[in-house]
Design a protein around this ligand. Structure first.
Ligand code: ZN
Length: 317
């Protein structure tokens, strides 16, 4: 089988490898799609000190079960599944333990069935304990923000305010049900949020963009005793510019990242149930598809975000 291996910055090699061995509680999967994740970009862009290369990345996998381990009862050969893989997803085949597999409905294309991002957004929404009628800002309307928007709509916010510098992402957020669109390049966000919330700020401010400006902005527009949710992925250092202000505002700071396996799997189960029921839709979000031998282009798109880009996915026959 073919696999893409990352040897250093921008240094992919497509190699022939043996079919992976699989254990009693694992399934061998013929991969049909693997999403390119924002969290992988920094290790491709530069050779990161302290990380081991060559790297076998790719964790947002969907495919068909080819073989099942001797103890596997709940899955069978031919099942269509999404898998949260521990790397090795940019390959034609992978072995995954059954606890990380979710069945997907027949009508859903493989490239839409990315269970890891759905688990992350679902857990963030669960941990935030969103209340019916909350006013919510989403700062950073990329792929994750657009999934989270759909989930927050299910709970019933009073207003969902989408914030992004990319016009077409704001337009997409409107299509997916965000009530208000604000562009920091065109609006004084602080002022607009004050107008929209009777001077108070939003009940919940989700920082999703994963950069300093989204962190600054998200904290600035959160109301006193509201919730600031840090969902964005922040490799490297960030500064809290005015901790005195954060103290004074007395908002809860929620670090919406998860490491405990039980929590992760609970989010994945709940999120994938919503996805299979058609309540989370990916058709407008999977915008760029690439074959395995074009993986460098897939990462370049994810980094540069050409007009209309939301998510790139590697696809296989
Ligand atoms: Zn991911």
């Amino acid at each position: 089988m073919k696999a893409a291996v990352l040897y250093g910055a921008h240094d992919w090699k497509i190699e022939d490898r043996r079919t992976p061995l699989f254990g009693d509680n694992e399934c061998l999967i013929k991969i049909k799609a693997c999403g390119v994740c924002h969290s992988e970009i920094h290790q491709w862009e530069t050779r990161v000190e302290g990380l081991e290369y060559p790297r076998y990345i790719g964790h947002e996998v969907a495919g068909e079960i080819l073989k099942v381990g001797s103890h596997v009862k709940q899955f069978k050969v031919g099942d269509r599944v999404a898998a949260w893989a521990d790397g090795r997803g940019y390959a034609e085949e992978i072995a995954v333990s059954t606890e990380f597999l979710s069945l997907i409905s027949d009508e859903i294309p493989y490239e839409h069935a990315l269970s890891e991002p759905i688990a992350c957004t679902t857990n963030a929404v669960l941990r935030t304990n969103v209340q019916l009628g909350d006013t919510i800002a989403l700062v950073g309307m990329g792929f994750m923000g657009l999934i989270m928007l759909q989930e927050l709509r299910l709970i019933g916010a009073k207003k969902i305010i989408a914030v992004d510098v990319r016009k077409e992402m704001l337009e997409l957020s409107a299509k997916l049900g965000a009530d208000i669109q604000l562009n920091p390049d065109e609006h004084d966000i602080d002022l607009e949020i004050k107008k929209l919330t009777g001077e108070k700020g939003v009940d919940i401010s989700f920082e999703i963009g994963g950069n300093q400006s989204t962190l600054d902005l998200a904290s600035q527009i959160c109301r006193m005793e509201g919730k600031l949710v840090i969902f964005g992925y922040h490799p490297g250092s960030r500064i809290i510019k005015d901790l005195g202000y954060w103290n004074w505002m007395a908002f809860d700071i929620i670090n919406a990242h998860f490491r405990d396996m039980k929590t992760i799997l609970n989010g994945m189960k709940r999120g994938m149930d919503l996805f299979n029921a058609g309540k989370i839709k990916m058709d407008k979000l999977i915008t760029h598809k690439f074959r395995l031998d074009k993986i460098e282009d897939a990462f370049t798109s994810a980094k540069n975000k050409p007009i209309g880009f939301v998510k790139s996915v590697i696809v296989f026959d």
